[in-house]
Design a protein around this ligand. Structure first.
Ligand SMILES: O=C(O)CCC(=O)C(=O)O
Ligand SMILES: [Fe+2]
Length: 354
């Protein structure tokens, strides 16, 4: 009688991971670490039912015998890769400096965010960018800190989080950074309703954070706000993250590093863990979505929660500046800067009191 398999064959995309998980489980069991090995063997069986049987199919044996292929490098979005949809290229050329104010652009931005959790806009602040960058270059910054297990704030190792930061208040030294943050406000306020969900309830934002990454600095994989679908012990009110890069004009990510690496949402992310640099560092590279070069005047918008894990890859350049202004947009009106319900186009760069 012909053997009829109990389930459809495991998809090709999952097979390699299943076999590798099995081999790692087997290696740990052989080394006597059954507590770590057995869960991996079980996981392998959940990934590919064929591995539960006595006799493995040919594809599984072949994979066990062949060394794993190195993962393909993630796509690098750099200066040569246009980040907006093709239909916006003409618009960008035609619409003058603030091209994304056009309704077509806003719909495309909202729809990319909804579909992919992230969107990139190049030439975002146009002529306002250079002054903001100059303020960032001049500023005295201090090492960023992370919350330690006991609750206190510590300066971590540079590979875990090595940026130097400042929170932008009402001081005269930050006039241009405040002006670009108001441009981001205008964009976020104009797309929030179309985004729906918690984004539709964005009513405030935090003070902008300016950050510079010197040579050797990185920020290990993390999500800005540890919650999934609005829930989780470590949830705060942040909904959207907006990062506007203020790097040197000649930043070449393939030579100087410092890319923002975006990951797919972690499978089964419960949203219950605090920032855990070890677990995050060990996370799977298979989940990489793309590497975003931190080129000047590029705005990267993404959801602040566990839908968008990300990391800053180490900077390898001694001179030059890898810098950004980050603004977090929050549900409700409790954060430092209330946002209007109606959007007014931001006046051309002049100073308005925040
Ligand atoms: O600078 C970047 O590209 C992202 C920084 C970041 O992830 C953060 O500050 O939370
Ligand atoms: Fe982040």
């Amino acid at each position: 009688m012909e053997f009829v398999p109990p389930w459809p064959p495991t998809p090709l995309a999952t097979r390699r991971l299943a076999v590798e998980t099995y081999c790692e489980g087997e290696r740990l069991c052989d080394a006597g670490d059954h507590a770590a090995g057995i869960p991996l063997l079980r996981k392998a069986g959940r990934l590919a039912w064929e591995l539960e049987g006595e006799a493995w199919p040919q594809w599984a044996e072949a994979m066990r015998a062949s060394p794993p292929l190195p993962p393909p490098p993630p796509p690098l979005l750099d200066r040569s890769t246009r980040s907006w949809p093709t239909e916006l290229t003409y618009l960008h050329a035609a619409a003058g400096d603030v091209w994304w104010r056009h309704a077509t652009a806003r719909h495309a931005i909202a729809s990319a965010l909804t579909r992919h959790g992230t969107v990139l806009l190049d030439d975002f602040a146009a002529e306002r960018m250079a002054a903001a960058r100059a303020e960032c270059e001049r500023a005295a910054l201090r090492p960023a800190r992370l919350r330690a297990e006991g609750g206190g704030l510590v300066v971590p190792e540079a590979a875990v989080r090595g940026d130097q930061i400042a929170w932008v208040g009402g001081e005269a030294q930050w006039q241009a950074v405040r002006a670009v943050a108001r441009l981001v406000d205008e964009l976020v306020c104009s797309v929030r309703l179309e985004l729906g969900g918690a984004a539709a309830r964005i009513r405030s934002r935090m003070a902008p954070m300016v950050a510079r990454y010197a040579s050797g600095a990185a920020f290990a994989r993390h999500a800005d706000n540890h919650c999934l679908r609005g829930e989780g012990k470590f949830c705060d009110s942040r909904v959207l993250t907006a990062v506007l890069y203020l790097s040197s004009d000649d930043w070449d990510a393939s030579a100087h590093g410092g890319c923002l690496r975006l990951y797919r949402p972690a499978a089964g992310a419960e949203g219950e863990q605090p920032f855990d640099s070890e677990a995050n560092a060990a996370a799977d590279d298979d989940d990489v979505l793309m590497d975003v070069a931190p080129i000047a005047d590029r705005l990267c918008l993404f959801f602040a929660d566990l839908r968008c894990p990300h990391e800053v890859l180490p900077v390898t350049r001694e001179d030059g500046m890898r810098a950004a202004c980050t603004v977090w947009y929050c549900e409700g009106d409790e954060s430092s800067f209330p946002l209007p319900l109606e959007v007014e186009p931001t006046a051309g760069g002049e100073e308005v009191r925040d």
